[in-house]
Ligand binder design. Structure first.
Ligand SMILES: Nc1ncnc2c1ncn2[C@@H]1O[C@H](COP(=O)(O)OP(=O)(O)OP(=O)(O)O)[C@@H](O)[C@H]1O
Ligand SMILES: [Mg+2]
Length: 363
């Protein structure tokens, strides 16, 4: 069903995205690491899940945002090992694989369940065994890290251990391939550090794919199809909805779901904005805790005060005599979080829904 709130897992449920699916396949054949970025709710996780379920026999997926939350912001190897254990449990059902899994240090298999002794277990050893398995079967083993920018909270060195492991795998384990996604594009690049000569991943070529919002026409068709599936007759102009929500599929789905309970276009739209306000508030709470400047800058940009001088004047008028370097770093962080983008010396909010939420002071 198109209007469902969890990420899609099968081809039938996924609307469009043919091109992205074949591009992903192409990139994974070329590069050991593929980085998939795109705005929040644009459909990254769905795309990759469908790809993995349809095209790949052997993979594991780690939701790093979940890891970050369950570890309260300090991801340790124990946390990661626990999630890896859950994934190994799923794939241990593949008969051919289970004999390879037994060879991993710290792993024991009882019936169809996998137990990990975290003291003995090492990711590098696991990757080596998975490489041996994949090479023997002439396949790749894909490791998918969703919202991978949170890996910078792994260990005490900003995720350096993971970068070292990735570099080792990149150079030595050709059948183990990685997909990273991130909605905070700059943060993800900061974690991967492939342009930093001091980083283990420096100079390694990677594949990049950006998942874009649907075009206006496709968004209309998506809504039409979604309602058709539910046999719902629509008596209003769907283009009104797309104009307000843009082609971000997660918002369109939310609208569809709200409409089905409320049967009123305007109320359903309002509900989308209310739901998203709560989510954005949670998401922005971390930076606003760091400094109230972030919110002032975001709200100013949303109402059209979008130049460097304009923003500086707003802060000054509030008695905040911010230095140029501080303002620069505030804007830089907002861009790395993909909340703001710069276009010909002007800043703008990347997401139209967030822009309105900010403009209307809902966060
Ligand atoms: N191509 C698609 N066809 C139908 N529904 C989709 C498609 N892509 C995404 N969705 C739906 O949109 C919503 C958001 O999708 P998804 O979670 O995949 O996006 P995301 O970019 O990973 O979001 P987030 O930034 O929250 O991680 C979900 O309800 C999902 O079912
Ligand atoms: Mg996602």
């Amino acid at each position: 069903m198109l209007f469902s709130s969890t990420p899609k897992a099968t081809r039938e449920e996924l609307f469009d995205r043919e091109e992205e699916l074949s591009e992903l396949e192409k990139l994974l054949n070329i590069y050991p690491i593929v980085v998939v970025t795109g705005l929040r709710r644009v459909g990254k996780s769905s795309l990759i899940r469908v790809y993995l379920n349809e095209h790949e026999n052997y993979f594991m997926s780690i939701d790093v945002r979940k890891l970050y939350e369950m570890s309260f912001g300090n991801i340790s190897s124990l946390h990661l090992t626990r999630l890896v254990g859950e994934e190994l449990n799923k794939i241990s059902k593949i008969e051919k694989l289970s004999s390879f899994l037994r060879k991993i240090r710290g792993i024991s298999i009882h019936g169809s369940s996998v137990e990990i002794d975290a003291k003995q277990f090492e990711l590098s050893d696991m990757f080596e065994k998975l490489e041996a398995f994949a090479a023997k079967n002439n396949k790749n083993f894909i490791v998918f890290f969703d919202e991978a920018q949170y890996l910078k909270f792994y260990g005490a060195r900003g995720g350096e251990e993971i970068r070292m492991l990735l570099a080792y795998s990149y150079d030595n384990l050709p059948h183990v391939r990685f997909i990273f996604t991130g909605s905070e594009v700059g943060m993800l690049h900061d974690f991967l550090k492939f342009e930093d000569p001091d980083s283990p991943l420096y100079g390694r070529a990677m594949g990049f794919l950006t998942v874009k919002p649907f075009s206006f026409e496709l968004s209309l068709e998506f809504l039409r199809k979604g309602f058709e599936e539910l046999e719902e007759k629509i008596d209003f102009d769907l283009s009104e909805v797309v104009k307000q929500l843009d082609g971000i599929v997660g918002y369109l789905v939310l609208f569809g779901l709200k409409y089905m309970t409320m049967k009123n276009k305007d109320k359903a739209l309002q509900e989308v904005f209310s739901t998203m306000s709560v989510l954005f508030e949670k998401e922005l709470s971390e930076i606003t805790k760091r400094s109230p400047r972030y919110m002032t800058v975001l709200k100013s940009i949303a109402i059209g005060i979008n130049t460097w001088t304009g923003l500086k004047n707003v802060l000054h008028a509030r008695g905040d005599f911010v230095s140029d370097s501080r303002l620069f770093s505030v804007l830089e962080t907002l861009q790395k979080l993909s909340l703001v983008e710069k276009f010909q010396d002007r800043y703008r909010i990347t997401d139209q829904v967030l822009e309105r939420i900010l403009r209307e002071n809902r966060v």
